[in-house]
Design a protein. Structure first.
Length: 88
C-alpha cells in the first residue's frame, strides 16, 4: 500500500510541475500583451497632446506661440457616386 502511494505521488509531481510551467507561461504572455496595450495607449495619449513651438515676440510686443503640426492634413474625400436608376 505504501508503495502504491509513493508511486502515485511520483507520477503526480511531474504533471503538477508541467501545469505550473504552463500557467506561468500563460501568465507571462498575458503580462506581455497587457504591457503592449499600455504602451500603445501611452503613445496615443502622447500623440494627442498638442505640441507648441518656441514663443516669439513680434514688433508690437505680442507673444506668439504657434502650435506644431505633426499630423498630415486629411485628403478631401471624393463624393460618393450614386448609381443611375437605369443601372439598377
Amino acid at each position: 500500500m505504501l508503495l502504491t502511494i509513493l508511486l502515485a505521488i511520483a507520477l503526480a509531481a511531474p504533471a503538477a510541475l508541467a501545469e505550473d510551467h504552463e500557467s506561468r507561461e500563460r501568465a507571462e504572455e498575458m503580462a506581455r500583451e497587457g504591457m503592449e496595450r499600455i504602451m500603445r495607449a501611452l503613445e496615443m495619449f502622447m500623440g494627442s497632446i498638442p505640441q507648441y513651438e518656441l514663443p516669439e515676440v513680434n514688433e508690437h510686443g505680442d507673444i506668439i506661440i504657434r502650435r506644431k503640426r505633426n499630423f498630415e492634413e486629411p485628403e478631401p474625400k471624393a463624393p460618393k457616386e450614386e448609381p443611375d436608376a437605369a443601372e439598377t
